[in-house]
Design a protein. Structure first.
Length: 228
């Protein structure tokens, strides 16, 4: 029984690295004995998801302020399904103009929008709600397909998750290292990995002589909790 519980906890913890998703959390058991887990906000109200992008004069940093997601485990502790989603509008760098440019680059369909030939953001840092210049790809999504454990030492489990990362209308196979620790009420999950913007067809239009580099670093420090 202890091994089975540990297996479930381990699977839940590791799946949470999807980063991406982040809302109210509970634990429910259906008629088949399968369990559904969701992620929770941290004690400080943050989601625990941040990112950084190098540019000509330094590094832009930001975070996700919202999202949603869940996983389902079988009674044997096996992952059955799971999906995590973060809306682009929840990604912020604390600079409204820059945030709008971020949504331009990641959310617009370049085949019909005026971007990247020109910026679409209005003076109030908004994009059109409809038409060819409106957001076509409003979310970032991640699905887990596999977990490979490296080791567990002093309650900390390390390994690699494999899955599919989708943004800007492109889906790519994805792997990331994880570090998970069980807590009294659930678990914490940490991960740090990089993504190539070009791999997802994303182009960030330069502003004068200032341009953004291709690699984005994502850092996760997530809390996972069971409903009592």
């Amino acid at each position: 029984m202890a091994n089975l519980l540990a297996s479930k906890i381990k699977n839940v913890i590791l799946f949470a690295t999807t980063a991406i998703a982040f809302g109210m959390t509970s634990l429910s058991v259906n008629a088949d004995g399968n369990e559904t887990y969701l992620l929770v906000r941290k004690a400080n109200g943050e989601m625990g998801i941040s990112f950084s992008v190098p540019y000509t004069a330094g590094v832009h940093t930001g975070k996700a302020t919202a999202g949603e997601g869940s996983i389902e485990l079988s009674s044997e502790g096996k992952i059955l399904q799971g999906k995590f989603t973060v809306p682009l509008t929840a990604m912020t760098t604390d600079n409204p103009k820059r945030d709008c440019h971020l949504i331009e680059a990641m959310g617009l369909d370049y085949t019909v929008a005026r971007y990247p030939k020109e910026h679409i953001c209005s003076a109030s840092n908004k994009l059109p709600e409809s038409g060819s210049d409106s957001v076509a790809y409003p979310t970032i999504e991640f699905q887990i397909t596999k977990f490979d454990e490296t080791n567990t030492i002093d309650g900390v489990t390390k390994g690699t998750v494999t899955g599919v990362w989708s943004m800007h209308g492109v889906s790519q196979d994805f792997r990331a290292p994880i570090e998970a620790t069980q807590t009294a009420t659930g678990a914490t999950v940490k991960s740090k990995f990089t993504l190539s913007l070009a791999a997802y067809g994303i182009f960030v239009k330069p502003v004068l002589v200032v341009s953004v580099k291709d690699t984005v670093t994502v850092t996760l420090d997530l809390d996972l909790q069971k409903k009592q």
